[in-house]
Design a binder for this molecule. Structure first.
Ligand code: MN
Length: 227
């Protein structure tokens, strides 16, 4: 038994649907601008290669419920995303090998302090304060199995009004391609999660808002924004 100076912080987890098994989270990577229309609404070039940023594992919130409105922002945004869960080790893998590393899928929301992200972009500074803040990654239970079909709907509604609606087939880079690209930059391992980008329609959330969202064939995710 290690002689820790204080008890280690609890392991971040995602429940695996239909089981009593938990998926222990190692790292959380996120892809920027992976849907053509969202890339355009954020002012990007469709031909850019995918790029990645990270959130800390303890930013993940399982089970919905209430997520407090974060500090230091007046512009909290929602980004509905398909999440890939990695189940094995891989570095510099092909897209074929990458698909074998995928353990399952979940529905996640990449909560964003857009004002802080915009300020960081303008100054050429890192995005952590805009993206990797506390409880910035609500997520559904994880599901084993195949990726959702290209015509599967990915959607998010606020107080019942649909704000984001796209199709998984609109992704510029497929799940296997994203895993292959990420593995060129980091050694992937079981426990990694990759948020795969959001379709167009990102927008603000206010205190008291009820968010419902989902990816057809994967799951749904609901939460509220607290005070
Ligand atoms: Mn995102």
């Amino acid at each position: 038994m290690a002689n820790y100076a204080f008890p280690p912080f609890p392991q971040a987890i995602v429940p695996i649907a239909g089981t009593d098994t938990l998926f222990p989270i190692r790292r959380v990577l996120c892809v920027g601008r992976n849907y053509a229309a969202h890339r355009r609404e954020m002012g990007g070039d469709e031909r850019d290669p995918p790029f990645f940023f990270a959130k800390p594992a303890d930013a993940v919130v399982s089970g919905g419920g209430a997520i407090p409105y974060p500090t230091a922002t007046e512009e909290l945004h929602h980004e509905i995303e398909l999440v890939i869960a990695i189940g094995g080790e891989g570095i510099e893998v092909s897209a074929d090998a990458a698909s074998r590393l995928i353990y399952g899928y979940a529905v996640g929301v990449d909560l964003t302090r857009r004002d802080l992200q915009s300020q960081a972009k303008a100054k050429g500074q890192p995005w952590e304060a805009g993206k990797g803040f506390d409880r910035s990654a609500p997520i559904s239970p994880l599901h084993r199995g195949h990726p959702p079909s290209p015509d599967a709907r990915i959607w998010l509604a606020v107080n019942g009004e649909v704000r984001q609606a796209g199709a998984i087939g609109d992704m510029i880079w497929s799940p296997a391609e994203i895993v292959a690209q990420a593995s060129r930059l980091w050694g992937l391992a079981a426990g990694d999660l990759i948020f795969t980008g959001t379709p167009e329609g990102v927008g603000p959330l206010s205190r008291g808002d009820k968010v419902t969202s989902g990816v057809d064939g994967v799951d749904e995710l609901a939460f509220t924004i607290g005070g």
